[in-house]
Design a protein around this ligand. Structure first.
Ligand SMILES: [Zn+2]
Length: 532
């Protein structure tokens, strides 16, 4: 073994700084044992060759390694402050950092092309050929001296009247705005006092102002007439009569025919309805109404959307008129989806609660109803349906139900009649019950402490099916309540609001159908506007 370790043809491979004095021989021996005894491998590098220079280099390396083995080049400057080693480390840090800092590049601004001087002939030529607005003095163009035909006049004749348009800005004041366009303070204050009863006009309101001739040169012009539209259905004019200003109101006739829009769903239902001309609020209401009866996933790009909403439109010649230009959208009246020419969903606003019903849902409500219970447990909602950060898993994911906080052991009720589909342990849901209610509606109840129904059991609306607990992925006693439509989780609160809590008389169903027929008979997509 020892003779193998001393074999000069097998020097061990060493790394700078890794050797430890005293252990060198042992490491050498261990490495040598690992090497095959014979034949010796051919020299691979300078340090492994038998050349005298290589041997000297190897010996020098060994000395350096032994000398530096016990030292640390990179000292932790937080510990042993003030010792010799600490100052050594600080010195090395400065010695290494200073050259790096000395090499820091200097960045300065780049030089641009020099600007031409004011008197430069080239810039004078530029200026002559440029077009300058009148408002800036229009000093461009070539100048010529006045000839014999030019006579000097003492005063410039003025226009008798000037017609201006001014638009009220954000945080602006009517009197200030009128003063800015040249009215005398007296007239501006008089207009403000006259129109005070109409309330503050909206920003963007346009004022058509006519200024009369001046009495004395240099005085501000007096107000001759002023017209603006302070309300959706009102025009106001102010004219000078006798010595003072008089205000007159003209009501604007308004068309309140609801707008009926239809079109292809395409890639995005939201964008399609917006593009058809509905306001963002109307689209929002439409999507909510549709969502109560149909999962968005079930809507196909080739389907048609259909909606009817209240709309006010002023019958006035000039359409582009400040804030009232586009008319006003009122509440959504009807929301539908059509597939292959047949209605898939037809939901219409009915009753004073603003709820949307399909003909079937209304008939169901009128017939006594099987509406869902408001809550399957007596407790407050602590987490709603939608994306949220999971309290245990820590990342954002879909919360496909609603959480009710309730004391441990509180009874959980079936929200409506149905058949128990599943009862038992269900992964993160813990003890879980799922009830099928028919019509594609299922409800699910999670984290129960105890289940008292079994699969196949028939349950009635309000029947106790189990008790609140904290089983599965849960931080404390609560009920995780889910609702499914055709297997898709839906927001339980949106469904709950539909058929119940609303008293519906059986004879209303016929009136509902008649109203829906009337709404859908409206010409679609603005054709009624074109007919006028
Ligand atoms: Zn939950």
């Amino acid at each position: 073994m020892a003779s193998l370790g001393l074999d000069p043809s097998l020097p061990p491979v060493r790394r700078f700084g890794s050797a430890v004095p005293g252990q060198l021989g042992a490491r050498r021996a261990a490495l040598a044992v690992a090497e095959p005894a014979a034949p010796p491998p051919p020299p691979r590098s300078l340090r492994q060759s038998a050349h005298p220079l290589a041997r000297r280099w190897d010996a020098w390396c060994c000395r350096v390694e032994q000398r530096w083995a016990g030292r640390t080049l990179a000292v932790d400057l937080r510990s042993a402050v003030g010792t010799r080693g600490w100052f050594g480390g600080l010195g090395r840090l400065i010695a290494l950092a200073a050259p790096a800092l000395l090499c820091w590049p200097t960045l300065g601004p780049f030089d641009g092309a020099p600007l031409p001087m004011a008197g430069d002939p080239a810039s004078a030529e530029w200026r002559a050929q440029a077009i300058r607005p009148f408002s800036l003095g229009a000093s461009s163009g070539r100048h010529f001296a006045a000839g014999d035909a030019v006579a000097r006049v003492d005063s410039v004749p003025e226009r008798a009247t000037i017609t201006l348009t001014a638009t009220l800005g954000e945080n602006d004041d009517v009197a200030h705005m009128l003063q800015r366009i040249g009215l005398a303070d007296r007239d501006a204050d008089a207009v403000k006092a006259l129109t005070a009863s109409l309330g503050t006009p909206l920003p963007g309101t346009r004022f058509d102002v006519t200024l009369g001739p001046r009495a004395v040169v240099g005085d501000p012009r007096p107000l001759a007439a002023l017209a603006f539209r302070p309300k959706f259905d009102l025009d106001v004019t102010i004219t000078r009569s006798g010595g003072g200003l008089v205000m007159a109101r003209q009501p604007i006739p308004v068309d309140t025919t609801p707008l009926h829009l239809t079109g292809k769903v395409g890639d995005s239902l939201y964008r399609a309805v917006r593009a058809a001309g509905a306001s963002p609020d109307t689209v929002q209401a439409y999507l909510q109404a549709v969502d109560q009866y149909l999962a968005f996933d079930a809507i196909l790009p080739d389907d048609q959307f259909e909606l009817v909403f209240a709309h006010k439109r002023a019958l006035k010649a000039q359409a582009a008129d400040g804030p009232w230009a586009a008319g006003e959208d009122g509440e959504l009246l009807y929301a539908g989806i059509i597939r292959d020419g047949k209605p898939l969903v037809q939901a219409m606003r009915w009753g004073n609660d603003g709820n949307f019903f399909t003909p079937d849902a209304l008939a169901d409500a009128a017939g006594g109803g099987n509406g869902l219970l408001a809550a399957p447990v007596a407790g407050n909602i602590t987490s709603w349906f939608g994306m949220r950060r999971h309290p245990i898993l820590g990342y954002v994911r879909m919360h496909s139900g609603v959480d009710f906080a309730a004391p441990y052991g509180s009874p959980i009720y079936a929200v409506t009649d149905g058949v128990v589909e599943y009862a038992g342990w269900h992964g993160g849901h813990g003890n879980y019950v799922r009830v099928a209610h028919g019509g594609g509606i299922d409800s699910g109840y999670g984290h129960m402490s105890r289940i008292i129904v079994g699969p196949g059991n028939r349950v009635a609306r309000g029947q106790v099916i189990g008790y609140v607990g904290s089983t599965g992925l849960s931080t404390g006693p609560h009920l995780h309540y889910e609702l499914f439509r055709n297997g898709q989780p839906v927001d339980p609160l949106s469904i709950r609001l539909v058929p119940h809590h609303t008293e519906v008389r059986p004879e209303e169903v016929a009136a509902f159908r008649a109203r829906m027929r009337a709404l859908l008979a409206l010409p679609a997509n603005g054709q009624q506007l074109a007919q006028r």
